[in-house]
Design a protein around this ligand. Structure first.
Ligand SMILES: [Zn+2]
Length: 397
């Protein structure tokens, strides 16, 4: 089986890169969430060309911004019975370099925004489905492809809305694989996040009349001190999940990533806002950590406006889905991958919260994913397609 799948994928090397280039050129920047329908329609046309049926549908409640409506795509291939979900996102982070929506293909690399995060992964998943069909794989079940918007902004009008509407997956879901760039390893766990802004208000006044004002910036001092104490405590905790280097295992509280406030050097600032990003290890209790963070900020006299909440997620390394994925990576690459905690958050959480084992494995490197010269190696697109096909074959037969 490995041999014929490999031959099919090798024969489609150029098609895969060309299709990826087409997708990169369709600018799906998020925010604001551009061209979702256009890009998903393009994917649907490709699926049709490959003989795979699909539907592009509006996300429930996804028309809140009429200029940027949210759409998603679903496709199924295989027989009846339990399904393995291939899950990916169509949005990309905003451009931060030159010509990022002008893809470039060289002998061994595809360059462009989204090449690794994660239009490249989508291409690998689609060609995995096609490879299984072409090589006559008979599966006791099916592969469900899910391509969603809004992953890069927390999934509220993507996976969150679809899961709440019961559309993301059904009760026959056997497991889920997502194609985030994992650089050859498998992520079987992800951190949670509570992200928000600490808001302090004051009263504006000219410097000469500063006694009439209330300084919002100075009001932040007790809040910062309290948060620094909390941070010191948070950082004593370490996850037991494998993660390299060792410093990366500590729980996280980042403050001041974004800061705004004040109008001018000679005016008492009437507002001061700074961000707090709390990243929670899988062993920590989400609700308890949220309560602690909010009460620390409030007790020091400020307001905390939360704009992202994501629960941590994990699946045991011994779970059959994790084992099947690891074995497939080993068969394709020759070595067993390590299973690690993802340093960021992953959409595996939407599946894990309803008991569906979910893991990430995909082409490319996290370190180039949101950067100015994003790229993916063409051999990684091919080997990931092969891994997805092998994993599906092993789980569904
Ligand atoms: Zn991604």
């Amino acid at each position: 089986m490995l041999h014929s799948l490999r031959a099919f994928i090798a024969a489609h090397r150029d098609d895969m890169s060309a299709f990826l280039a087409e997708l990169i050129a369709l600018d799906t920047e998020n925010p604001p969430g551009r061209s979702y329908e256009t890009c998903l329609d393009q994917i649907a046309r490709k699926l049709e060309e490959l003989g795979l049926a699909s539907e592009v549908l509006p996300v429930p409640g996804g028309d809140a911004d009429p200029n940027h409506p949210r759409y998603w795509l679903r496709s199924r291939w295989g027989g009846s019975g339990p399904s393995l979900y291939f899950h990916g996102h169509v949005d990309v982070v905003p451009a931060n370099g030159e010509n990022q929506f002008e893809p470039r293909i060289t002998e061994d690399t595809v360059f462009g925004r989204g090449s690794t995060d994660m239009k490249g992964g989508l291409v690998s998943m689609i060609y995995a489905m096609k490879a299984l069909e072409e090589t006559g794989a008979a599966l006791d079940g099916g592969i469900e492809l899910r391509i969603v918007p809004d992953e890069e902004t927390g999934g509220r009008l993507g996976s969150r809305a679809l899961s709440d509407a019961g559309l993301l997956f059904d009760k026959e879901a056997l497991g889920m694989l997502t194609a985030e760039p994992t650089g050859g390893i498998v992520w079987h766990a992800s951190r949670g996040a509570i992200t928000g802004n600490v808001v302090l208000e004051g009263r504006k006044s000219h410097v000469g009349l500063q006694y009439r004002g209330i300084n919002a910036f100075e009001k932040a001092i007790p809040v910062l001190n309290a948060l620094r104490e909390l941070k010191a405590d948070v950082e004593t905790r370490e996850t037991d999940f494998p993660l390299e280097p060792e410093e990366a295992r500590h729980s996280i509280l980042l403050m001041g990533g974004e800061v705004t406030g004040g109008a001018n050097f000679n005016v008492v600032p009437d507002y001061f806002v700074f961000s707090v990003d709390r990243r929670i290890n899988p062993e920590e209790d989400f609700e308890e950590e949220k309560r602690r963070l909010v009460s620390t900020v409030e007790a020091a006299g400020a307001r905390f406006e939360i704009h992202q909440e994501a629960h941590p997620a994990s699946v045991s390394a011994d779970h059959p889905v994790a084992q099947a994925l690891s074995r497939s990576v080993e068969e394709v690459s020759g070595s067993r991958p390590s299973l690690e905690l993802c340093p960021g958050i992953l959409e595996i959480r939407f599946y894990a919260e309803r008991g569906v084992p979910a893991l990430a494995y995909g082409p490319g490197l996290l370190t180039v994913a949101h950067g100015p010269s994003e790229f993916v190696k063409r051999k990684d697109l091919e080997s990931c397609a092969l891994v997805y096909a092998m994993a599906a074959q092993s789980l569904l037969s």
